[in-house]
Design a protein around this ligand. Structure first.
Ligand SMILES: [Zn+2]
Length: 195
């Protein structure tokens, strides 16, 4: 006998759930990637610091300070202010490349993200370095976010894409349909409503 009934999504999703071992393997994989990314950040920050310290020219008549050129980090070729643009959804230019596929180009930096939207709620973001991130309702769980950042570049690229994609009237219909089904379910099981 099948565990599925016509509308039994919960059972369907439960059957697809990965085993604890798979979850753990996945977690270790991403942890390692994050660690490597952080090490690159650390090296870049150290390089910037070192440059600042050796900048001072001692014992010369103070001349009007020349506009200091921003240092370009070796690991991503960006200056600090360029990197900030990655966190601004409005700084992305979004182009639709398929039914659910988008290219989000961060105009100031040229950084490009490929974003696929699934069910209008999940987004798979691939960065130009080939790394993939899965976002649910616009929220990312990369190391940057886990370290307390209010936003990450994956969220900003996704927000830019959603601003374009979610305008499709189909989403108003889908949201209404989901709300209708939820209300129906609650009506059918008063216990759920009471909970
Ligand atoms: Zn992220």
């Amino acid at each position: 006998m099948s565990v599925y009934t016509d509308c039994d999504w919960d059972a369907g999703f439960a059957a697809m759930a990965p085993s604890p071992a798979e979850v753990e393997a996945e977690r270790l994989y991403w942890q390692e990637l994050d660690r490597q990314e952080h090490y690159a950040d650390h090296l870049a920050a150290k390089a910037e610091q070192g440059a600042d310290e050796s900048d001072g020219e001692p014992e010369v008549e103070p001349a009007p300070a020349p506009r200091k050129r921003e240092r370009i980090a070796a690991y991503d070729g960006l200056t600090k202010s360029e990197r900030q643009a990655l966190y601004v959804p409005e700084a992305y230019r979004v182009e639709r490349t398929g039914p659910i596929q988008f290219r989000a180009l961060n105009v100031p930096t040229g950084a490009e993200f490929t974003v696929s939207v699934i069910f209008g709620r999940f987004a798979r973001v691939t960065s130009n370095t080939g790394r993939e991130y899965l976002l649910h309702n616009g929220a990312c769980c990369c190391a940057h976010k886990q370290n307390g950042a209010t936003a990450c570049k994956h969220e900003s690229a996704t927000a830019a894409v959603m601003a374009v994609y979610r305008q499709d009237p189909i989403f108003a219909e889908l949201d209404a349909e989901i709300a209708r089904r939820k209300a129906e379910r609650e009506q059918q099981s008063p216990a759920l409503k009471a909970a």
